[in-house]
Design a protein around this ligand. Structure first.
Ligand code: M6R
Length: 366
């Protein structure tokens, strides 16, 4: 059942080129520059005129929501707010019939997310679901939705469901852009052609597994770990930190790289590992200066870099390469090494990777 892998988590990490491919199947037409999302097609016209989108979710699904925010705002130019379902439901949020709420949930059974949906529905919003488990409670509560089709996820730490959620949100962003005309046909052809190649790039990113296993030895006795990223690398940092704390019980925090100097920099010394998303994109130069700030205080830097990078390599203690890609697809690729890193660290610490203490696969109580 684990397909020859030692743990479900590892199996699920390695399934990601296939699960992302499954998620896109029948939904993208790169040559035509067209996205088709059958689950929300009845709302295609509504999407042309919406003022804002609210994304509600918990945990890893909330991180996927943050990536969705970057993508939808960038490509479809619709304002997005991302809310923790548990906070949203207990506020008195301003929601109208004009709003579209996207609820993201792997299990489709998370109590807080369900309650947030019910509240928004009562106030007249249109609710879309992004779920993995077909026929679960959330897909039954929503007006429409797009399944992630990642297949069953057994490991408590979400891996392939996260990348599938990000894939669906990427498709939704392009779909909305197509409806609104905020992306040219040529640009859509270009983006979808690249998206179509992401599964192969995921396979390449997975090839760093042995290297990551070695690096894990250097980090296994750490008591804390900081994860930094900018732009859509920030939610990736949050997700990397959550994975590490969930399964290895090392305290970890994700931070926007530039926020470090507003507090967490005080934590940095020769015992503090800092994982930095330092790929070649619009914030590359800025991230390099953030790495210099960490090194000046003797922090240990593990950088996730673009294949062939030489600049960061001069400064970082360890580097893990991922294939080059447009910024839009960075979260899908940069997440892979962080999943493997937390897996190997947890294993070396003798932790129960698939069933970490105190955690359940779906949180059906508030
Ligand atoms: O099933 P859901 O996506 O609604 O679950 C939300 C969170 O409970 C979940 O992502 C949790 O944070 C995972 N253990 C993360 O690995």
């Amino acid at each position: 059942e684990k397909g020859g892998y030692e743990h479900f988590m590892l199996k699920e990490i390695f399934e990601q080129s296939r699960s992302i491919r499954d998620c896109m199947r029948g939904r993208i037409y790169p040559n035509e520059g067209r996205v088709q999302l059958g689950g929300i097609k009845e709302y295609a016209d509504k999407l042309k005129n919406i003022d804002r989108i609210i994304i509600v979710a918990c945990g890893t699904s909330w991180h996927a929501g943050l990536v969705g925010e970057y993508l939808i705002e960038e490509y479809a130019r619709i304002p997005v707010e991302v809310e923790y379902a548990s906070e949203f439901r207990y506020r008195n949020p301003i929601i109208t019939e004009k709003d579209v709420v996207i609820a993201i949930s792997q299990s489709g059974e998370t109590a807080d997310t369900m309650a947030a949906i019910e509240m928004a529905k009562e106030k007249g919003a249109t609710i879309f679901g992004v779920c993995n488990v077909v026929g679960a409670s959330i897909p039954r509560l929503t007006h429409a939705g797009v399944y992630t089709h990642a297949g069953p996820e057994i490991g408590v730490a979400s891996t392939k469901a996260f990348t599938a959620q990000v894939t669906v949100l990427t498709l939704m962003a392009f779909y909305m852009a197509q409806q609104k005309g905020t992306l040219t046909q040529a640009k859509l052809v270009e983006l979808l052609t690249e998206l179509d190649c992401i599964p192969e790039k995921i396979t390449k990113a997975l090839a760093s597994n042995e290297l990551i296993k070695e690096i894990a030895h250097k980090f296994k006795d750490s008591r804390n770990c900081l994860f930094l990223g900018r732009g859509s690398g920030f939610p990736v940092a949050l997700e990397g930190a959550l994975k590490l704390k969930e399964i290895s019980y090392i305290h970890a925090e994700g931070y926007p790289a530039a926020e470090m100097k507003h507090g967490p920099i005080a934590l940095i010394d020769e015992e503090m590992p800092v994982v930095v998303i330092a790929t070649k994109n619009s914030s590359y130069e800025k991230v390099i200066s953030n790495i210099q700030e960490v090194k000046a205080r003797k922090g240990i830097v593990l950088a996730i870099v673009t294949e062939g990078d030489t600049e960061v390599r001069k400064m970082a203690d360890y580097c893990i390469e991922i294939p080059d890609s447009s910024e839009a697809f960075l979260p899908l690729l940069a997440t892979i090494p962080l999943q493997l890193l937390s897996y190997h660290i947890a294993l070396l610490r003798g932790c129960n990777v698939d069933q970490p203490r105190n955690l359940a696969k779906s949180v059906t109580v508030e």
